[in-house]
Write a protein that binds this ligand. Structure first.
Ligand code: ZN
Length: 132
C-alpha cells in the first residue's frame, strides 16, 4: 500500500534561515510553495532520491506554529506515497488506526494528503500522499 518515502518533513521557524545550511553545501530548493490547507510555506530539498520538506508556518493557527511552540524546530513527519489514498485510509480506519484526516486534503506538489495520528504510528506523525 505504501510505495516509497515521499519526503521527510522538518518544522522550521524561518525558511530562509533553514535553507542556509543546504545552500552552504551547494543545494538550492527545488520548489517553494504556499500550502493554504495546512497554513504553511514549504521548500523542497532534493538529495538523491530523497526529498526534505521544510515547513514554515504562514499563520499563528498553523499546526506547524503549534508544533514549534511545543517542541521547537526539528523533524515533524514522514510522508509515504500511496497509489490509492482512499482505500488506504479506509483500511487503516477499519483496523482501528487513529487518523487525523479521514478524507484527503490538498497538499504541496498538487498531491492529495492525509495524516495518521502519531499515537498509531510509533510516535511519528505520518503523512500519506497520492499524486492527483
Ligand atoms: Zn509533508
Amino acid at each position: 500500500m505504501l510505495t516509497k518515502i515521499a519526503h521527510i518533513g522538518v518544522a522550521v521557524s524561518n525558511l530562509q534561515e533553514a535553507l542556509a545550511f543546504y545552500k552552504a553545501v551547494g543545494i538550492e530548493p527545488s520548489h517553494i510553495e504556499d500550502v493554504p490547507s495546512q497554513k504553511v510555506k514549504v521548500a523542497f530539498i532534493t538529495i538523491g532520491d530523497v526529498h526534505i520538506e521544510l515547513l514554515e508556518p504562514s499563520s499563528p493557527e498553523s499546526p506547524i506554529a503549534g508544533f514549534l511552540d511545543k517542541r521547537g524546530q526539528g523533524m515533524h513527519h514522514i510522508a509515504y506515497e500511496v497509489r490509492d489514498i482512499h482505500t488506504v485510509l479506509k483500511t487503516l480506519k477499519d483496523k482501528g488506526i487513529k487518523l487525523i484526516n479521514e478524507t484527503p486534503v490538498e497538499g504541496a506538489h498538487e498531491m492529495m494528503v492525509a495524516f495518521v495520528h502519531p499515537k498509531s504510528a510509533s510516535g511519528v506523525l505520518t503523512e500519506l500522499c497520492q499524486h492527483k
